[in-house]
Ligand binder design. Structure first.
Ligand SMILES: Cc1cc2nc3c(=O)[nH]c(=O)nc-3n(C[C@H](O)[C@H](O)[C@H](O)COP(=O)(O)OP(=O)(O)OC[C@H]3O[C@@H](n4cnc5c(N)ncnc54)[C@H](O)[C@@H]3O)c2cc1C
Length: 299
């Protein structure tokens, strides 16, 4: 049963941060409440004060500016799945959002809550890692940008300070000649393995100019796998395609998978390998079909 708590309703980020600073560990931000209220109902945690941030304006905007897509932390999964801007500029992200949880959770659960809770079996962090996103955290005294590589510290743990509010996410618009894919696998309520891949192609479309590989859900926090990226970068598309299986094997081993209810370490490592090979194929196809749209032909 849910124990009594007091609801604070600030209208600005500054006010929110001041409340969090004043009440310390007895207060927590409350956005969609899909994680927080569940854990409180089950008696796993209790806070005397919940600070409802849903009344703060503009935190649910999605806009593009200076080569980056800016996503307000209060944007719900449902809103992001249906965002026209994301569907046009970053379809893999909209698609990933469409497959988060179930309609009830997507309707109220926010991207900011998802990232801040740092539940290991989550999707957005992994894709954002592959995309090189930066998170914006604000408090009463200022604002800072956090590269996503530094945001997740461990399971249920981020680098956010107690009085900081995650206000937005900046995602660099992927290069014109690129493919972005997020694949996940699982049979429980939450995903068991997630993999994000960004492949950037050179101008003639025949080789891989850059690759970013991120694996999530298998361990405490999403992880970028540079050893796997190195096997793909600078290679012709054909050679990189042949190396994708090996890159997947390396990604699996480097992912720090742990055995749990979702499967054994070896099983998860194998799934990572399979997903990377598939993601490589899909990212290449994405790029090739975009090339046809541009009137070119790409290998
Ligand atoms: C049944 C179920 C299935 C799910 N399946 C998936 C899935 O398939 N994939 C997936 O990725 N996720 C999944 N989730 C997780 C879901 O995405 C999150 O529950 C949701 O996004 C959390 O957002 P919220 O706004 O409800 O957060 P809340 O519950 O309101 O908050 C969660 C935590 O984040 C903190 N917080 C919230 N917003 C901020 C902020 N802006 N700044 C700082 N701290 C903040 C809160 O203090 C709290 O500690 C699932 C959840 C459920 C219940």
């Amino acid at each position: 049963m849910l124990k009594r708590f007091r609801l604070e309703e600030p209208e600005t980020v500054k006010e929110t941060s001041e409340l969090l600073a004043r009440y310390g560990e007895s207060a927590r931000i409350y956005a969609g409440g899909t994680e927080l209220l569940l854990a409180m109902k089950e008696g796993l945690i209790h806070y005397e004060r919940l600070v409802n941030i849903k009344k703060i304006p503009i935190l649910d905007e999605v806009r593009v500016n200076d080569g980056a897509i800016h996503i307000g932390a209060l944007s719900t999964h449902r809103r992001l799945a249906g965002s026209q801007l994301l569907r046009e500029r970053l379809p893999a992200f909209a698609q990933m959002e469409e497959n988060v949880a179930n309609i009830r959770v997507r309707e109220v659960g926010t991207i900011g809550g998802n990232l801040s809770f740092a539940e290991p079996h989550a999707d957005p962090g992994t894709l954002l890692l592959a995309l090189g996103a930066k998170l914006v955290a604000e408090k009463a005294t200022g604002k800072r940008e956090i590269p996503i590589e530094r945001f997740f510290v461990g399971a249920y743990e981020t680098c956010l300070e107690q009085d900081e509010v995650l206000t937005g996410i900046g995602v660099p618009v992927p290069p014109a000649r690129s493919g972005v894919v997020y694949l996940k696998f699982g049979y429980l309520e939450r995903p068991s393995v997630g993999l994000g891949l960004l492949l950037a192609f050179d101008n003639d479309g025949k080789s891989i100019a850059d690759a970013r590989v991120a694996v999530g859900c298998v361990g405490p926090a999403p992880k970028r796998i540079e050893e796997a990226e190195a096997l793909l970068k600078g290679k012709s598309v054909r050679d990189a395609s042949q190396a994708a299986g090996k890159a997947g094997e390396i990604a699996g081993r480097a992912s720090e998978a742990i055995s749990d209810l979702h499967g054994s370490q070896e099983y998860k490592e194998h799934i990572v390998q399979v997903l990377l090979s598939r993601a490589f194929q899909q990212a290449s196809e994405q790029h090739a079909s975009a090339g046809k749209g541009r009137g070119g032909s790409h290998g």
